[in-house]
Ligand binder design. Structure first.
Ligand SMILES: Nc1ncnc2c1ncn2[C@@H]1O[C@H](COP(=O)(O)OP(=O)(O)OP(=O)(O)O)[C@@H](O)[C@H]1O
Ligand SMILES: [Mg+2]
Length: 598
């Protein structure tokens, strides 16, 4: 599924590398992190102190001792205070650490999105946007959960274990500490092994769950098709066969969990029984008090409470590390198109654009442009025509440097576009693309996108020039109208005119119109042609068109066929030449409306 990322397998060593890669994010808040750790230790000290005080209380109330009973008020108050302190430091730890955690999440989200924008078009065309955003989301959450489990579960439990072991070791016979250690070790090893074994039930369950889900959704999306063919039963059977497998996996997951829990319970029972026998023995022989017995019991039970979650924590940590690994690999993916080391800002003078012997292929096996040479003279209009798939839009993509040419070069005023910054290059070129996609926001936002600092008057003027102002003002919400996902609430022609208005607003040195008016009716197209001519005046312009009537005035027309220029000249010259162009022209003359774009 994630084959595009570097193929290095996910290993424990990588996990450590990944953690180290994330460490700088936390370093900024090391003070806070240290404070949180201190709170953690204090909370655990208070926690372990509780049974210690309990022992004193029990001992002082122990009637077997000499003298009358007095209320051990100090210890009782101390008991309360320790409980309070444990809770206070616990909450303090969470509160102090919150900033570290959420700031780290914020920074990593930002870093990943920035990186995604740096990655090349090729990467984005090959990946499902949904899958990328899921990786982003999971990756950010993985960082948070790893921190969470480490700080709120693993470290505290380890701290508690050390404290308990040292109390047992210092106060009692070594066998107490020894048995405790053995019990915990057996518990941990057992839990990790069983969890590892169980994990695949859970994974199968999740996979089947989403499969069942997509089947049901798919059958509902195809509601009409299902009815056309009367296939309700078929759909239900398909759904149920997945559910059946899911049921099986879910039952296995549940029963194996019970086995795990029971196993854990048995280990604790055995360990605690031994310790209780030791303690009771100590009481009988007079070496230990009743309080000691209570203390040992309370310490151990307290120690095992957090260990109960060990299986869950282990599993979640594994998932989180895998998610984090995907994110790190995503971050390590190198952008195909990068600014050169000493990239300078593009300086445009008259904006003379040269394609010089350009060869290009998306995939090595299939050349798209072959030895393509074309000069766009400053302020002149060059048109490229040719059959669908000839490579016309590819020219625009290369000019914007979405891809690098395989061979040859593209220069603007003598500067190779690979040697200037991508920012400055793209700032100099304006395009009305073949497929206009808009942001799911207001018309105003989409228009202003070309120049967010443009004044309202400028935006309205651009809209007027693109012949869309009247339409916008006829809408109930005018400029505040939401255009819908990808702009789908607008017609094709309306979107195209928004794109034209944007290109006008950008005022670039070089203009590219890729079928800029293909979705418009003949009348609107004619109206707009005048505007386009006006905008293109004194700008270097590349026009890609199917409808030849829109480019008869071009200074130069080239006919592109399968990536090579087969004819070039002015409209008259090409007509006189009696070749491809003439054939296309004759064909289109027969259709009074002109043929629309592919
Ligand atoms: N990202 C890509 N990966 C592989 N092949 C691609 C990619 N983009 C385009 N192509 C192929 O490159 C060829 C040229 O595409 P291009 O978009 O330049 O055609 P076009 O001349 O603009 O056609 P149209 O008139 O239909 O817009 C097509 O055959 C297309 O299938
Ligand atoms: Mg195209």
């Amino acid at each position: 599924m994630h084959t595009l990322y570097t193929s290095e397998p996910h290993t424990d060593r990588r996990d450590w590398q990944n953690i180290r890669a994330m460490a700088p994010l936390l370093w900024d808040y090391r003070g806070r992190a240290a404070l949180a750790l201190l709170s953690l230790v204090l909370a655990k000290v208070a926690n372990v102190g509780v049974p210690l005080v309990l022992k004193e209380i029990v001992d002082s109330l122990d009637a077997t001792g000499a003298g009358p009973l007095v209320l051990p008020l100090t210890f009782l108050l101390g008991y309360g205070a320790l409980r309070l302190a444990a809770s206070l430091f616990n909450e303090l730890r969470d509160a102090v650490f919150a900033k570290v955690r959420y700031r780290a999440m914020r920074q990593i989200s930002l870093k990943v999105l920035r990186h995604l924008h740096e990655l090349s078009l090729r990467f984005h065309l090959q990946r499902k946007t949904g899958a990328i955003s899921q990786d982003l989301d999971r990756g950010t959450r993985s960082l948070s959960s790893i921190l969470n489990y480490l700080l709120f579960n693993i470290l505290p439990t380890m701290a508690e274990f050390v404290l308990v072991a040292s109390i047992l070791f210092s106060q009692y016979d070594a066998k107490f500490a020894f048995v405790t250690f053995l019990t915990v070790a057996a518990y941990v090893i057992f839990t990790l092994m069983v969890t590892e074994w169980r994990m695949h039930f859970r994974l199968t369950m999740n996979a089947l769950d989403s499969e069942a889900n997509s089947r049901s959704v798919d059958s509902l999306i195809n509601y009409e098709t299902v009815k056309y063919f009367g296939n309700e039963e078929l759909e239900l059977n398909r759904y149920d066969s997945t559910l059946e497998k899911w049921e099986h996996a879910a039952v296995q997951s549940q029963t194996s969990m019970s086995a795990l829990n029971f196993g854990q319970g048995s280990i604790i029972a055995v360990g605690v029984t031994f310790l209780m026998i030791f303690a009771a023995n100590g009481v009988v022989s007079g070496e230990m008090s009743m309080g000691d017995l209570v203390l040992v019991n309370a310490l151990l039970l307290q120690l095992f409470i957090p260990l109960n979650f060990l299986g869950i924590v282990y599993r979640q940590l594994k998932y989180s590390f895998a998610d984090m690994d995907l994110m790190v690999k995503l971050l390590e993916t190198e952008a195909e198109v990068q600014d050169a080391e000493q990239a300078t800002s593009l300086k445009t003078d008259h904006a003379k654009v040269c394609f010089d012997a350009v060869n290009f292929s998306y995939q090595p096996e299939r050349p798209i442009l072959k030895d393509f040479s074309l000069t766009l003279e400053p302020g002149k209009k060059v048109a490229v025509v040719g059959p669908s798939g000839a490579g016309k839009s590819t020219l625009a993509r290369l000019l914007f440097r979405f891809y690098d040419v395989t061979d040859g070069s593209i220069t603007i005023d003598g500067q190779d576009i690979r040697e200037v910054t991508q920012d400055s290059l793209r700032a100099a070129i304006g395009i009305v693309p073949q497929d206009v996609v808009l942001f799911n926001d207001t018309l105003y936002y989409n228009l202003a996108y070309a120049r967010p600092d443009a004044s309202r008057a400028e935006i309205e003027q651009a809209a007027a020039m693109a012949h869309i102002k009247e339409f916008i003002e006829s809408l109930p919400d005018a400029y505040e109208t939401m255009v819908g996902e990808r702009g789908l609430k607008l017609s094709g022609g309306e979107k195209q005119r928004v794109a034209i208005a944007r290109a006008i607003l950008k005022q670039p040195s070089v203009l590219v119109f890729d079928e800029a008016t293909s979705a418009l009716d003949t009348k609107t197209e004619q109206d707009i042609q005048e505007t386009l001519a006006e905008v293109a005046k004194n700008r270097t312009t590349l026009v890609i068109a199917h409808r030849l009537s829109t480019i008869v005035d071009a200074d130069q027309i080239v006919v592109l066929d399968q990536g090579s220029i087969v004819e070039r000249g002015t409209h008259e010259e090409l007509l006189a030449h009696n070749g491809h162009y003439l054939t296309m022209w004759e064909l289109q003359k027969k259709e009074p409306q002109g043929s629309s774009g592919s």
